[in-house]
Design a protein around this ligand. Sequence first.
Ligand SMILES: Nc1ncnc2c1ncn2[C@@H]1O[C@H](COP(=O)(O)OP(=O)(O)OP(=O)(O)O)[C@@H](O)[C@H]1O
Length: 785
Amino acid sequence: MNNRDDSAVYSAELSSVLDPSTCSTIIETLDSDSVLLKDQGPHPMKVYLRVRPFSKAELTSNESQDCVIIENAEVVSLRAPKDSSTMKNSERGIGHSVHKFTFTRVFGPDTTQAEFFEGTVEDLIHSFANGQNGLVFTYGVTNAGKTFTVQGTPKDGGILPRSLDVIFGYIKGRQYPKLNLKPHLSSDVMKLDATQVKLEESMKASLLCSIKEDGMKSTLSSSSLKQLLSTSCESISMDGSVYGSLSNDGNSFQFSAWVAFFEIYNEYIYDLLDQFPSLKNQKRPNLKISDDQTGVSYVKDLKWINITSTEEACKILQFGNKNRSLASTRMNQQSSRSHSIFTIRLLKLSADNDPRVLAVSEMSLCDLAGSERCNKTQTAGDRLKEAANINNSLLILGKCIAALKQNQNPKKTSCIPFRESKLTRLFQPFFCGKGKACMIVNINQCASTYDETLHVMKFSAVAKQVIQSIQPRNFEFLGPRIVGKDGKVITEIDPNISVEELLSEDEDELDITMNPEDLIKKIEELREKLISERQSKLVLELHIRKEMGEAMYQQMVDLDETWSKRFEDLKETHEEQLESRLEMYKKAIKNHAHHQAMEELEENYVPMEEFQAEQEKVEEKENRIQELEIALGLRKNTDEEEANQGAVEALTQRCQEKERVISTLKAQIHDLKNENALTVMKMNEENQLLKQHLKVKEQEVRGLQSLAERAIQLEASVSELQVQLDESRKNLSSVEICEPKPKKGLFSNIRNTMAGTPKKLASKSQGKSEEVSGTSRKRPLLSRK
Ligand SMILES: Nc1ncnc2c1ncn2[C@@H]1O[C@H](COP(=O)(O)OP(=O)(O)OP(=O)(O)O)[C@@H](O)[C@H]1O
């Protein structure tokens, strides 16, 4: 079953049980003195503030910036320093830079330990001595003075040694000397046999002995304490108004005081009165929390030590302090990393040799670990784990206090998460009417811890609004049960009990005219009634627990379903959002690439017309080359012509190749034209290729141009040859003039000359003509250039 349910059931059960109407026949076993009664009505939880003075180091490091201003005995103002987050936030319009808080009472830096004790818990200790349970807990950031307030120093004791002193001042001379009645479970008492008593005695002796050995190092030396507290003792014994009612009891009661000291460290409970393991690897046994029949939580197997004086109690405290987990953090060299709880149980006994237990009251003083934030202490590893656990349990304490406050409004009741941490589980009875809780808020005035201090103050402001009411005692509290060695309740009535004693606290309820036998009968009846009440309540509790469990389970299932549905929906929406976003990015990338490609294309773009014009030019040149080739064909027979021919052929071949490349490129360009935007990148590459080819082509064109020039030169040489030819024809004609010939046309003459001359020359002037032709043939064409 959920923890919350438990607490709810417990509260529900408690309130039904505590219905005043059902308590009409209850026998009150405790004092009904005025001290007790006057505090039982509903009243806000008492929250005291103690502001500690600056240390010398703090004063030199500019920590004093007037952050804490005590307005009057109940009001304090907090003013945010320059560099605090609160100030920064307020500058941004979030929150305020000045906060005011009201407390039950505010104690300034000059308050002495005695003044503080008298102004705060002294009354609570008086109530405790009268049978009322009490809890005092200190809350504050690390280094705020919590331990100083609770334990004090060897020279100046805190509230704990002072409380012990008040208690022993009260029970002085009325102490039960034996150890055979010992606290058991939450509020029962175990009757010990002789062996057990011996065990108790030896345990106590060994514990006190170990302190004696360590006496020199002790923080709260008993002698100094005695000297310190002597003043308060005197004041107590002189204070008749407070103790008047107590001393009225005369010697009809005796008391037995027992103490326990434990710590909650990392959500584990360790008994501080256990001998610390001597071996390094040996672990300290951790204790469990159990609930008694009425649902009240208690620490199981906790060591209870009987004490007879303040000195003994202080020695026990010293012993426990030695075991206390202390670790140094950056902020406080002796910082408490655990919540330590010192508990005193007072058994109120009848004044007999074998007395009855009339009441058991409990007073717990809890020194909570510092509520610092992890980042402030720069904690890591174990220290970080400690801080997390400390913060967690303090957070739950805060939640419980907030829920308690909220539950004061009947329309807004909610479950109080007492069971979420060990600390709150143990505090639960005090918040639920079993006793009175009182909170001490410790703060320092340092600017560097302002934000944390403000947080503490806000927490305490909520606590201050919690209304407490001590529930009237009823069947549940009808005296503590006495159990035997086996843990079973001892039911038979002690024949030695004097009826007057038994009924002394219930005179209002009982008919004093009844004879003793009838009274015993009546008591028997009541006892039976009580047992059957307890049984029926247990059944009812089981029933309610079961119902609550089922309801809670169903609620959890529903919640699980709702959350899984919400989770699925969220998942789907996120997936859709992611997909659409992905698409958007893809599109954007595509557009960007396209845009870039288009820009590049624009930069490198050669218009088709230009390209075609260039092509035409190339073609023209090619034609011209061909013509030249034809012209050159006339000179084929010369070596130079051949060489030129070869070059021209090679060029022609290359031209053809290039033509092919050009045509391929043309085809590619054509393809590129048809391709869509996605192939723009490719087009770009090909365009680059084309550009390279164009460059080559241009080079080739330039080559062709130079060839053309060459061809022109050749043409010139041809015309030169023509001139030579003309000359030779002239020569020939002059020869013909010598040998007259029939006159013919110039061309036929040339033709005849070209065709017939060799023959004629061969016959007439062979040697001469051969010489001429031979000379002309042998003369290289290029050498004439
Ligand atoms: N009222 C005071 N007057 C003088 N000195 C004080 C007072 N309160 C605290 N101090 C000193 O301030 C220091 C820190 O106090 P203390 O160790 O009690 O802080 P704490 O809140 O218990 O710290 P932590 O949570 O880390 O244990 C100690 O040196 C203590 O002596």
